[in-house]
Design a protein around this ligand. Structure first.
Ligand code: ADP
Ligand code: TZP
Ligand code: MG
Length: 269
């Protein structure tokens, strides 16, 4: 990677940990506990606040909002829309995770409404990003059926159309703002074997954009690199998905800036 981006992402990593940003996470029933633990270990402060009676009000307090459509119901959708509108009014960044948005009409309709509210960052797996770009993806449910490389054109198109940062995750992640693009290598092949790993990453991306709203591209890269480095470390001691889950949380917690900088593998395209 370029020295500039290397130093910038390391600085953001240090700043995120030092700042302990408050992140409002509207995520799914599957992810809620793991995502909150991931944020705490990484150095952020999660708050799972979704009901429309308070989601908009909370979005004015939080440093950033993350919205994940994994387990939808009408009340939650109302809460998501209220929170995203409020984040926009308050000038707070927000991150959209369009989990399996292509699977049903309800998910598609909700995603269309959320995209109209201009997410700062869209983070999904390759199948989700291909389908958002109007392409034919092999995905059926929440897991990707496509390689990241196949989603790169869709990601650029989507980033330009939405004026957003688009992050495609998988074996080697890809981040673009439509003009600039980087790849982030690392992690572990155990990561897609743990449910809610992507959801937790979306939540952590919220922590990074909270501390650097004017550098959403670099902040997104830093979040993905944080996962990649901690994942690689965790894989060394894990025996399978279950022990990886705990080793990964520990890996996030024990990581330091020097190790982050030495192990982050970010390549500008
Ligand atoms: N084969 C892999 N090798 C290394 N890291 C991976 C692999 N697959 C996914 N990851 C990592 O797992 C995390 C979640 O990504 P992903 O599985 O694409 O999301 P989702 O859970 O939404 O499908 C990301 O940090 C990504 O880099
Ligand atoms: C299994 C499942 N079902 C609905 S949401 C969800 C979690 C998906 O998590 P991720 O997208 O991080 O794999
Ligand atoms: Mg996902």
């Amino acid at each position: 990677m370029t020295t500039d981006l290397s130093q910038t992402t390391t600085d953001l990593y240090e700043r995120m940990r030092a700042t302990n940003p408050l992140v409002q996470c509207i995520t799914n029933y599957v992810a809620m506990n793991y995502a909150a633990n991931v944020l705490l270990a990484a150095g952020a402060s999660p708050a799972m606040v979704h009901t429309p009676e308070e989601s908009g009000e909370f979005a004015t307090i939080a440093g950033a909002l993350t919205v994940n459509i994994g387990t939808l119901s009408p009340n939650w959708v109302e809460g998501m829309i209220a929170a995203a509108k409020s984040a926009n009014t308050a000038g707070k960044p927000w991150v959209l995770d369009p989990v399996a948005h292509f699977a049903t009409g309800y998910r598609q309709g909700t995603t269309t409404e959320l995209l109209k509210l201009n997410p700062t960052v869209i983070r999904g797996n390759a199948s989700e990003i291909i389908a958002l770009g109007g392409g034919q993806s092999a995905g059926q449910g929440v897991d990707s059926g496509d390689p990241v490389e196949q989603a790169e054109d869709a990601a650029r198109t989507l980033a330009t159309a939405q004026k957003a940062i688009v992050a495609v995750t998988g074996e080697v992640d890809f981040v673009t703002d439509g003009t600039r693009s980087v790849r982030i290598a690392g992690g572990s092949d155990l990561m897609p074997k743990i449910t809610a790993m992507g959801c937790a990453l979306t939540a952590l991306t919220g922590a990074y954009v909270a501390i650097a709203p004017d550098q959403a591209f670099e902040a997104t890269v830093a979040a993905l690199a944080n996962f990649a480095v901690a994942g690689e470390i965790a894989a060394k001691s894990a025996n399978g998905p279950a022990s990886f889950m705990t080793a990964f949380v520990d890996g996030l917690y024990t990581l330091d800036a020097k190790t982050f900088n030495a192990n982050a593998r970010i390549t500008a395209q």
